[in-house]
Every structure is written in C-alpha cells, then in structure tokens.
Design a protein around this ligand. Structure first.
Ligand code: ZN
Ligand code: ZN
Length: 327
C-alpha cells in the first residue's frame, strides 16, 4: 500500500481557508512548498503547524461514515484540508483507497484508526495516528474488537423487536458498508429511514443509550491494549473527543493519567463536537498533563456531522499540535 509512512509528509498542501464555522482563525493561503529543504525550517513561519488546516479524525463507510474513502479525501481537499487522517472505527480497510486518492490530489495523508475501549463504565475512543496498518498485533487486536460487534448488533435487533421494531438488525446490516461493523449509527439510520424518528440523534436518545430498549453493553478493548497496539504499530495514540465522556473531573483525570502512563501522547483538544469553552478546557488539560494536542472534525456524513471536514474549532496557540512531527 502506498501509505505515507516514511519521513516528513511531502508537499503539505496549505490550501486557503477563508474562515472556519466556529468563527476562529483562518489559515494561510497556499505557498510554494518546493522551497529549499536545507533552510532552517524552525524559522519558517509557514512551517508553523498551527497554520496548517489539519483534520485528523473522520470516518468512511468502512465504519459508520456514509462516504467512500476517496469521497472523504476529495471532500477534505475541496474544503481546504492540508493534512488528513482517516480514522475508521476498529478497521483499517479504507486506508489504501484513501491514501491513493490523497496522492492523486496532492493532499498529505496520515493512516489512522479509532479504537473502542471500555473504561470506568464508559466507552472511550482512542485514535491512532500514523500507524502501520499492516502491523500484525494491531490487526489482530482490531479483529478481536470487531468480533464482538456482530453479537452485539444481533442482540440490539432482538431487543428492538421486543418493542415492536422488527427487522432492525437486517435493516441496519443492509446500510453498513462493512458487514463486520454494524454499529448503533446504522440502527439509527434505519430507524430514521422507516420514519420511527426524525433524525439520528433522536434515535440514540430514545433507543440506543443506557436504559433504553436497544442498548446492549459491550466490553471493548482495554485502554492499555489499545494504546500498545497503536504504539507497537509505530503510531501516536490520541484520546479522542474528551468532552463526550460522562466522567466527572476526578474520573477524567484518572483516565488521562492512565492513558499517559500507557504511552498515550496527545488529546483531541479541538473536536467537531467541542464548544469553544471545551476547547479551552482541554487545552489547559493538555498543557497541565504534558500532552500534545490534536484536531479532528469527526466527520461521518454531510447530513449528520457536527462539523464538515476541515471545519470546527482550531487549536489554541498555547498547545503543541501533534502533527508538528509530520510537517
Ligand atoms: Zn469517537
Ligand atoms: Zn470518530
């Protein structure tokens, strides 16, 4: 596979972005990236990673997104993304297509994945960036996480049938691009399609969260396992969208400490689902804990996502972007 795994990302595309939808800072216009590589890049303001529109968290239909990997890349390119990572849930099958599309369009690409973890009664997501998708231990770990999904999806279908929603598993499976990854989102889309609810969020609240008839608890990977699979595959582990977890201050601190002790390096300070206050809060946490910061839209679909590719909050200048090592 022609994945960008070696050396600095070549020809990082600093496409213009006139504004971001949260009203934050815009990005610089395109420059000549063929300049003399022997120059002192630390003095080159255009190499400032803060000036690059990086989107290091998004999904294709190889997990619960709706677009093909090549469509995700093309959309990111149109939106002015200069550095992109595809991070499908527990699966790396879309990376080769995305890498090929990125090479064609001249957009710097980082192979990624988002691993589901059970911690403290919550499902936590850990993004792995610049992984080797062929790493044997990573692939075996992801396969073990995926294997539990099928049984969970069938049980969700059985529970929904008990409240009168028959055929939910078959309906959700028909909407999944990857039969090994039938997720809650696919059930939600099916229930919207048949008119049970008006949108995906309403389905989650009514059927798919703890205490509701379609919710099936599941044991995902352990935090230390997920981080070690990522590190073992040469990648950087990032704690995804920390504002999404229903954890109090103390539990969140314990999570971050365990993540860091396991080898985690960064926290997703700027997520498409974060408010500006949450961006500031997690920037402070990253600085206090000595973690680098990442940014990602968590884009799934043109109609459902909080933020489009390349949009959403940007990182405050105070934090170190995790992609500094690749640009
Ligand atoms: Zn996630
Ligand atoms: Zn995600």
């Amino acid at each position: 596979m022609n994945l960008a795994q070696d050396g600095a990302a070549p020809g990082v595309n600093l496409n213009p972005l006139t504004c971001d939808r949260e009203g934050g800072r815009g990005f610089d216009t395109a420059i000549d990236t063929s300049s003399d590589p022997s120059r002192d890049l630390s003095r080159d303001p255009y190499r400032d990673p803060h000036r690059i529109n990086a989107d290091l968290h998004c999904h294709s239909y190889f997990s619960d997104g709706t677009l093909a990997p090549s469509e995700v890349v093309a959309r990111a390119h149109r939106n002015g993304v200069g550095l992109l990572a595809l991070t499908d849930h527990d699966d790396v099958s879309g990376l080769s297509e995305a890498a090929a599309a990125a090479a064609e369009l001249g957009i710097a690409f980082i192979p990624g994945v988002e691993i589901s973890v059970s911690w403290g009664g919550e499902t936590i997501h850990v993004v792995g960036l610049r992984i080797d998708p062929n790493d044997a231990d990573l692939c075996a770990g992801l396969a073990s996480v995926r294997s539990g999904r099928d049984a969970r999806a069938r049980e969700m279908g059985a529970q929904l049938a008990r409240v009168g929603l028959t055929g939910a598993f078959e309906g959700a499976a028909a909407l999944a691009g990857n039969p090994a990854l039938v997720s809650r989102t696919h059930f939600a889309r099916w229930l919207v399609e048949r008119g049970t609810c008006t949108d995906v969020r309403a389905v989650f609240l009514k059927y798919l969260v703890p205490g509701r008839p379609g919710y099936v608890p599941h044991a995902w990977a352990r935090l230390s396992e997920a981080v070690s699979w990522i590190a073992g595959a040469g990648g950087v582990a990032v704690l995804a969208h920390p504002a999404r977890y229903k954890l109090g201050e103390l539990a969140l601190s314990a999570l971050v400490e365990e993540f860091r002790n396991a080898g985690g390096l960064a926290i997703e300070v700027a997520s498409g689902s974060h408010t500006r206050d949450q961006v500031r809060r997690f920037a402070r946490l990253a600085l206090a804990e000595g973690l680098e910061a990442s940014r990602g839209s968590d884009f799934h679909s043109p109609l459902e996502s909080h933020a489009d590719l390349g949009f959403g909050p940007v990182l405050p200048d105070s934090v170190l972007p995790v992609w500094h090592r690749w640009v």
